[in-house]
Design a protein around this ligand. Structure first.
Ligand code: FES
Ligand code: FES
Length: 166
């Protein structure tokens, strides 16, 4: 199959690549760029494990072709920490508040939380729950994921963070 040339930005770096028109964005990220943080949980747009940030929106990367990302600016979990390795407030929140168990949903949850807090830096618990409703977690029961996002919201706002999760 003839390949198409695409140019995009991924985690701040310029990327030029040849892709088959049928290649899904999630497969391009994982198999051509070796960015295996975004996971494949369903391939049917239900689970959100493949969530990335694309041009300022949360996108399930199994729902679009890589060629459609030509010219895009993409952030994956691999781009969340600072270059010196300092964790993003959301990563710290998930660690401190025990927002993960198996971790399969976590990269998508964190990237989704990133956009949620950009759009609403001080969300209520209901707004957090609604905001992550496209991301499924089969381990945690969501309670500590909500606490992790609340932790990050407080930290990013310079406010005191709540007590650690149990
Ligand atoms: S793998 Fe994309 S939503 Fe589940
Ligand atoms: S921590 Fe296992 S699916 Fe969310």
């Amino acid at each position: 199959m003839a390949k198409a040339q695409i140019a995009l930005k991924v985690n701040g770096k310029a990327v030029d690549a040849l892709v088959e028109p049928r290649t899904l964005l999630i497969h391009f990220l994982r198999e051509q760029l070796n960015l295996t943080g975004p996971h494949i949980g369903c391939d049917t747009s239900h689970c959100g494990a493949c969530t990335v940030d694309l041009n300022g929106k949360s996108v399930k990367s199994c729902t679009m072709f890589a060629v459609q990302a030509d010219g895009a600016d993409i952030l994956t979990i691999e781009g969340m920490a600072a270059p010196d390795g300092t964790l993003h407030a959301l990563q710290e929140g998930f660690r401190e508040m025990h927002g993960l168990q198996c971790g399969f949903c976590t990269p998508g949850m964190i990237v989704r939380g990133y956009r949620l807090l950009k759009e609403n830096p001080n969300p209520s618990e209901d707004e957090i729950r609604f905001g992550i409703s496209g991301n499924l977690c089969r381990c945690t029961g969501y309670q500590n994921i909500v606490k992790a996002i609340q932790f990050a919201a407080a930290k990013l706002a310079g406010a005191p963070v709540k007590e650690a999760a149990e």
